[in-house]
Design a protein around this ligand. Structure first.
Ligand code: SF4
Length: 328
């Protein structure tokens, strides 16, 4: 892998890496202080201003070059080139460890109190499940306390494979992308039911429950709160024990793609979340009141706000890089 660009953040780096066949990946490596009592909700987020080398390290990696999915809120949509091999996925982690060492950082993630690798950059991990599971096995072997975060709308055959391997599943922290409580609206947001397999809301609830039984960990349901979209979480609590899930509420992050034409408007504003005054409208207050009355744990989680502010989340750095190259 060849380093083609580094974008510096206060709490770490975003890197663009070129594979042997010329495909470029976008990855991230950030250090932060751990949240006090992580796991209690609501929490806000970690201290990005004073990153620690040994408290918490979070890497974000790709599972594909491009992505076949059509999520309308993502800069990587419908750009699929190929699946990454297990070695290429692990290679991204090893590359970032090496770079950290060169920068005088703590090089060995085994020395970090919390080490997370999130399969959340380019690619849908469930559609490359065999290579993804192989890469997880390699990483667990090298970094026994690793937690792998997986963000996906969910695919039945892939989820069944994971559930059939409880030892591997225990290292996973699952995030199902919900974004609306209406199946029709989700069909629009995700634009196409790839292979007819993407989970509907009932299936998300069914598999959140199954995962909880195997991992004993709450499953996160990710929600970008959008104006005009349905958020009736009683539909969820009818199907899954609220104690077994939590809601990760995120601000809409405008991506610089042609999809801006969809005109999404976020209910949560990044600056309000960062300033710890997230509830800025009566609509938002009603949603939060409902969540609280249903006793679902929740958190305002703006991903890594530094990344959003720098436009390097979710394929954006790569898109900007492609434009840069095209203009040379
Ligand atoms: S959000 Fe994930 S699955 Fe959807 S298009 Fe982007 S990279 Fe693909």
């Amino acid at each position: 892998m060849e380093l083609v660009k580094t974008i510096e953040l206060k709490c770490g780096q975003t890197y663009l890496l070129k594979l042997n066949d010329g495909n470029v990946l976008e990855v991230g490596d950030v250090f932060m202080s751990r949240e006090k009592g992580y796991g209690t909700r609501p929490y806000h987020f970690s201290d990005f201003e004073n990153p620690s080398d040994t408290e918490k390290r979070v890497m974000t990696v790709c599972t594909m070059a491009g992505c076949p999915c059509g999520c309308r809120f993502c800069a990587s949509r419908k750009s699929f080139v190929r699946n990454l091999t297990a070695d290429e996925i692990v290679g991204q982690v090893e590359f970032m460890i090496e770079q950290g060492l060169k920068r005088g950082r703590n090089g060995d993630p085994n020395n970090s109190k919390e080490f997370r690798v999130l399969y959340t950059r380019m690619g849908e991990p469930m559609i490359n499940i065999d290579n993804v599971m192989e890469s997880i096995r390699i990483l667990i072997n090298r970094y026994p306390h690793i937690i792998i975060g997986m963000s996906t709308p969910g695919y039945r055959s892939a989820m069944d494979k994971i559930l059939n391997d409880p030892e591997l599943a225990k290292h996973l922290d699952f995030q199902f992308s919900l974004h609306s409580t209406s199946d029709e609206q989700r069909d629009y947001l995700f634009d196409a039911k790839l292979g007819g397999e993407r989970f509907n809301i009932d299936e998300i609830c069914e598999y959140a429950e199954k995962l909880y039984q195997v991992t004993n960990k709450q499953v996160s349901l990710n929600v970008i709160l959008l104006e005009g979209y349905e958020y009736d979480f009683s539909k969820i609590t009818k199907k899954v024990d609220p104690k077994h899930i939590w809601l990760r509420l995120s601000p809409w992050n405008l991506v610089e793609t042609s999809e801006d034409e969809y005109g999404f408007k976020g209910l949560l504003k990044l600056e309000d979340v960062v300033n710890k005054k997230p509830v800025s409208s009566s609509t938002l207050k009603e949603i939060i009141d409902q969540i609280e009355s249903l006793k679902i744990a929740y958190a305002y989680a703006p991903a890594i706000d530094e990344e959003i502010k720098n436009n390097v989340a979710c394929g954006q750095a790569l898109e900007a890089f492609k434009k840069e190259i095209a203009n040379i």
